[in-house]
Design a binder for this molecule. Structure first.
Ligand code: GLU
Length: 286
């Protein structure tokens, strides 16, 4: 299969040096391997996504010298695909409705017998409060509540451990393997549909990487904790598992990972100050 990768920014703020690094690395890899580079706008969070940030993303990427195949995929156009993936999981008893709010979760996870609450890629690991509430197997999937992935139920349908190929480390590609028990420890029953969105980052990214026929996901190391969740969802949904290249993170002088609110390192700020695309490449070590 032809090497196909993507850059998948959320239009919730300006692109910064970390995004530039990720996009340049992915598009360089596609070019060097004679492959494809796609763009996906991850705008499921309608409360934070803005058209002006989406327009700025296209402008900054073009200025950096990056070109992408058309059409651009936009997650807000794919809600039906997420819904049908969720319905399939629900019908197989792999999801449950969760009525807890943040405060409930923190209180249950901090109960004296639980020790210090453990955290995973989505924050405090869910203690499973709603997992065993009675549920009619034939019931309709609820629309007005969060849905969580039931890892205990998932364990019964998997035939072996989860694994993926990591290409972002020095040396030859490495196989990373984890069992459901590891996932229970590191992430717990993650939310796959948020009440306010009807989907989640984890579910959407997996459905869309398959729809865009992505063979190689290039993204920051900060997302590597989420990858085993994605591999599990790929297995449950019968989707292919791409290779993953988790790259180093671009940090500020104090060693902190750059964030969207970090306007000082926004590409737009450097552009206004007269930087060239070559300057940006140098700054991120490319
Ligand atoms: N939308 C995510 C972000 O902006 C990236 C998702 C991914 O590459 O898997 O951080």
């Amino acid at each position: 299969m032809i090497f196909t990768t993507r850059f998948a920014p959320s239009p919730t703020g300006p692109l910064h040096l970390g995004h530039a690094f990720s996009a340049l690395l992915a598009s360089d890899q596609a070019r060097l391997s004679g492959g494809r580079f796609l763009l996906r706008i991850e705008d499921i969070d309608r409360s934070r996504s803005r058209d002006r940030w989406e327009a700025q993303i296209y402008d900054d990427l073009a200025w950096l010298g990056i070109s992408w195949e058309m059409p651009v995929m936009r997650q807000s156009d794919n809600m039906h695909a997420y819904h049908s993936a969720l319905k399939g999981l629900w019908a197989r008893g792999l999801l449950y409705a969760c009525h807890c709010n943040r405060r409930d979760i923190l209180a249950a996870a901090s109960a004296p017998q639980e020790g210090a609450p453990l955290t995973g890629p989505d924050g405090v690991i869910y203690p499973g409060t709603c997992r065993d509430l009675p549920r009619d197997p034939a019931s309709e999937m609820p629309q007005d509540t969060a849905l969580r992935l039931n890892l205990r139920a998932a364990a019964t349908v998997l035939s072996g451990p989860l694994s993926y190929v990591e290409t972002g480390r020095p040396g030859p590609p490495q196989t990373v393997t984890a069992g459901i028990a590891d996932l229970q420890q590191s992430a717990g029953d993650v939310v796959v549909a948020r009440r306010d969105m009807g989907t989640s980052y984890h579910l959407s990214v997996v459905v869309d990487d398959a729809a865009q026929q992505i063979t190689d996901v290039v993204r920051g190391k900060d997302l590597s904790e989420a990858t085993v969740i994605h591999v599990l969802l790929q297995h449950l949904l019968g989707l292919p598992v791409p290779r993953y290249h988790h790259h180093r993170l671009i940090r500020d002088e104090a060693g902190r990972r750059l964030a969207k609110r970090d306007d000082a390192r926004a590409i737009a700020t450097y552009r206004e100050a007269g930087a060239t695309p070559q300057d940006i490449r140098r700054m991120v070590g490319l």
